[in-house]
Design a protein around this ligand. Structure first.
Ligand code: F6R
Length: 245
């Protein structure tokens, strides 16, 4: 486990984009599993810049998103489809045929979960997974208690997660359920990168990196991963016993 503490959000975002870019340069057809949320916005901005400045190409890579709200049409402004198009997919030369986000409005959500899991498998598995972390330690929408052997499935969101995410919705109320890639699928990614910024993530980061490995702290599974990097800004690392800043 590599825990790196960067001075601030900008430096964390730079470092994250550089790891993604390195992967792409070494393996242009790599398979990525990537998050939404506030944390990765800086990383996405830098990746767009790297395409503009250096010609970094995304066209041969495959992208899967970690999650989507259940019942939300792909053109709903708060959907992760729209977030990803607005902040990344439409701004780079990603191949639409190689971009995947779970269909929150699929008529048969269980079948959609199986289809999505199979698509990741058929793509050869995930080379690099980039994750954010919830204040309660969730990764993807795997909330505390999510089984470590879970796959892509429909989950119920924690009330605390719905409250944090309510601001994204005009009606100030987030859906109760979501589709998320599961814990085992995340753990099987060949390389994992977790980003955390801000003091409101400090407790979750400490529990994930220094605490017991437990399903009550989903991100704690990553401490067992053979190739994981935690990229933290100073505030997210505040409670750690030892840091290399
Ligand atoms: C979103 C996702 C979530 C977020 C987490 C942190 O696709 O997988 O696990 O990464 O809720 O969200 P932010 O970055 O908004 O604090």
């Amino acid at each position: 486990m590599d825990v790196r503490v960067l001075p601030d959000y900008e430096a964390m975002s730079d470092a994250a984009a550089e790891i993604v870019a390195q992967k792409l340069r070494a393996q242009p057809d790599a398979v990525f599993l990537i998050p939404t949320g506030t944390t990765p916005l800086g990383m996405y901005r830098r990746l767009v810049e790297l395409q503009e400045r250096e010609g970094l190409s995304f066209s041969n890579a495959t992208f899967f998103n970690l999650d989507e709200y259940l019942g939300l049409a792909s053109d709903h402004p708060a959907s992760y489809h729209v977030y990803m198009k607005t902040n990344f997919y439409d701004l780079v030369n990603a191949d639409p045929a190689k971009v995947h986000v779970p269909e929150g409005a699929a008529p048969d959500p269980e079948a959609e979960c199986q289809r999505y899991e199979a698509a990741m498998r058929e793509a050869g598995g995930v080379d690099l997974c980039v994750l954010g972390i919830g204040r309660n330690g969730h990764i993807g929408f795997n909330e505390p208690g999510a089984p470590f052997d879970s796959r892509t499935r429909v989950v119920r969101l924690a009330e605390s997660t719905r409250l944090v995410n309510a601001a994204d919705f005009e009606e100030k109320c987030a859906p109760e359920r979501a589709i998320t890639v599961g814990m085992q699928t995340i753990f099987e990614c060949r390389q994992a990168l977790l980003l955390a910024s801000g003091s409101n993530k400090a407790r979750a980061v400490k529990a994930a990196t220094e605490g017991t490995v437990t399903e009550e702290v989903p991100a704690s599974i990553l401490s067992q991963h053979p190739d994981v990097t935690f990229l933290l800004d100073r505030d997210a690392a505040l409670l750690l016993d030892e840091t290399d800043v």
